[in-house]
Design a binder for this molecule. Structure first.
Ligand SMILES: Cc1ncc(COP(=O)(O)O)c(C=O)c1O
Length: 385
C-alpha cells in the first residue's frame, strides 16, 4: 500500500458527519448548499442526457464549454483567454489540482502551501513527490507578508498553491497580495496554481482578482475554477483549468490519464449557465451574504466571537476570547451536547498548531440556521466552561 494514503487518519469531516448523523445534529460542517441550484441549468443537463451526446467528449472538453469559460472570464474578470489553446475541462477542481501537481512536480521539488489549507492539498502534494513548505496564516485576518513568502520560497520551489478566496478562512486576497507572490517567485522556476473555485462567492461588493490578471503571472499561473461552486451544484464535479498554452499542454497530459474527460451533458449545461446575466451571479452573492449575516448575528447574540468572512460559504468563530484552546474537543461537544456540527480549523494545519477557530457553513435555509443558533445559544454557557 502507498503509505501516504494508507497512513491518513479518518478525517475530521468524516468524524463530524458520523457524529452529526448519530446525534441527529444540524450539520453545518459539510460545505454544500441547501439551494438545489438554478433550475434552467439543471433542465439543460436533463435535456442533454435525453437528446444529446452520451459518448466520450473531446479530452480537453466540449468546444462550446471552453468558449463559454473564456467568455465568462472576459465578462466577469476582464481576462483575455484563448479557448482553443488555454482552457481545459476537468472532473471538478479536485481533478484539476491533482493533475496540475502530477504534471508540474518532480520528486523533491518544493511546493508552497498556505495554512489553513484545503484538506486535499497536502496528501496530493506528497503523493506527487513534492516537499511542502508552509506559509502560516492566523486569525483574525489571515493575511500574508512578503517576509513570510521570502522565507518559504527557495530556488527549489516548483509550485505555489494558492486558494483564493480561501477555504476555510473566508479571506479574499486582492491585487496587492497576488503581486507579492509574483515578486517573490520572480527569480525561481515556480508556477502559481490558483484554486479560485470560490471566485463568485465573495461579499460586500468585492471583485475577484484572478492570478491571471497579475503582471508577471499570466504566463506562469494555472487558474482553476469549479462549476459546482459557481452554480451551487457541488455534486456535478465540472472544473475548468486556464493556463498559457505551453503549460496547458503539459497539464492535459496528466488529465488524459486521470479522468480523460467529464460527462458531456453536464458540460453542455455548464456552458449554458456561464452565459447567464450578471444579475444571476449578483443575486446568488446577495442571498449568501444575507445568510452569512444572519448566522453571524445569531452566533454573536449567543456570545461567540465571529470572524470576518470575505468570501466562501464559511464563517469562523474564534474560541480564544472564551479561553478555549482545543477546537476539536469543542466541536465534539458542540455536536454531542448541542446538536450542531462544525469543523475545527486545526484540521487544515499539518501540525494542528492553530487550535482556537471553528468553521460553520452558512449556505443553508434560514430555518436551519435559526435552529442551529437556538441550540448553540442554549448550550453556550455550558460549552464555554
Ligand atoms: C478550496 C476548494 N478547492 C476545491 C474544492 C472542490 O471542488 P470540486 O468539487 O470542483 O472538485 C473545494 C470544495 O469545497 C474547495 O473548497
Amino acid at each position: 500500500m502507498n503509505t501516504i494514503f494508507a497512513d491518513l487518519q479518518t478525517s475530521i469531516f468524516e468524524e463530524m458527519s458520523v457524529l452529526a448523523r448519530h446525534f441527529k445534529a444540524i450539520n453545518l460542517g459539510q460545505g454544500f448548499p441547501d439551494d438545489p441550484g438554478p433550475e434552467d441549468v439543471r433542465r439543460k443537463a436533463a435535456d442533454a442526457v435525453i437528446s444529446g451526446w452520451n459518448q466520450y467528449p473531446p479530452m480537453l472538453g466540449l468546444p462550446e464549454l471552453r468558449q463559454a469559460v473564456a467568455r465568462h472570464y472576459a465578462v466577469h474578470q476582464g481576462l483575455t483567454i484563448d479557448p482553443a489553446a488555454e482552457v481545459m475541462i476537468t472532473s471538478g477542481a479536485t481533478e484539476a489540482i491533482s493533475g496540475a501537481l502530477l504534471a508540474l512536480v518532480n520528486a523533491g521539488d518544493e511546493v508552497v502551501l498556505f495554512e489553513p489549507s484545503y484538506d486535499a492539498y497536502l496528501p496530493l502534494v506528497r503523493r506527487a513527490g513534492g516537499v511542502p513548505r508552509f506559509v502560516k496564516l492566523a486569525p483574525p485576518d489571515w493575511r500574508f507578508t512578503a517576509a513570510q513568502l521570502a522565507a518559504a520560497i527557495t530556488p527549489r520551489t516548483k509550485v505555489v498553491l494558492l486558494n483564493n478566496p480561501q477555504n476555510p478562512s473566508g479571506a479574499v486576497y486582492g491585487r496587492d497580495e497576488l503581486q507579492l507572490i509574483a515578486d517573490a517567485i520572480k527569480d525561481t522556476p515556480a508556477v502559481v496554481v490558483a484554486d479560485e473555485v470560490w471566485e463568485h462567492v465573495i461579499f460586500d461588493g468585492r471583485a475577484h482578482t484572478s492570478v491571471l490578471a497579475i503582471p508577471g503571472l499570466r504566463e506562469r499561473a494555472v487558474k482553476i475554477g469549479s462549476a459546482g461552486k459557481i452554480f451551487c451544484l457541488t455534486g456535478w464535479k465540472v472544473g475548468f483549468v486556464v493556463a498559457a498554452a505551453p503549460l496547458l499542454k503539459v497539464l492535459a497530459k496528466a488529465h488524459q490519464f486521470i479522468t480523460f474527460t467529464t460527462p458531456p451533458n453536464l458540460q453542455t449545461a455548464v456552458a449554458y449557465g456561464l452565459d447567464k446575466p450578471a444579475t444571476h451571479f449578483e443575486a446568488m452573492r446577495a442571498d449568501l451574504q444575507d445568510k452569512r449575516d444572519h448566522l453571524a448575528q445569531g452566533l454573536r447574540a449567543a456570545g461567540l466571537s465571529v470572524l470576518a468572512t470575505e468570501g466562501t460559504y464559511f464563517l469562523n468563530v474564534d474560541l480564544a476570547p472564551l479561553g478555549l484552546t482545543d477546537d476539536a474537543a469543542f466541536c465534539r461537544r458542540l455536536v454531542t451536547e448541542a446538536g450542531v456540527a462544525a469543523i475545527p480549523v486545526s484540521a487544515f494545519y499539518a501540525d494542528a498548531s492553530m487550535r482556537s477557530v471553528i468553521r460553520f457553513c452558512f449556505a443553508k435555509h434560514d430555518a436551519t440556521l435559526d435552529e442551529a443558533v437556538k441550540r448553540i445559544a442554549v448550550a453556550a454557557p455550558r460549552l464555554s466552561r
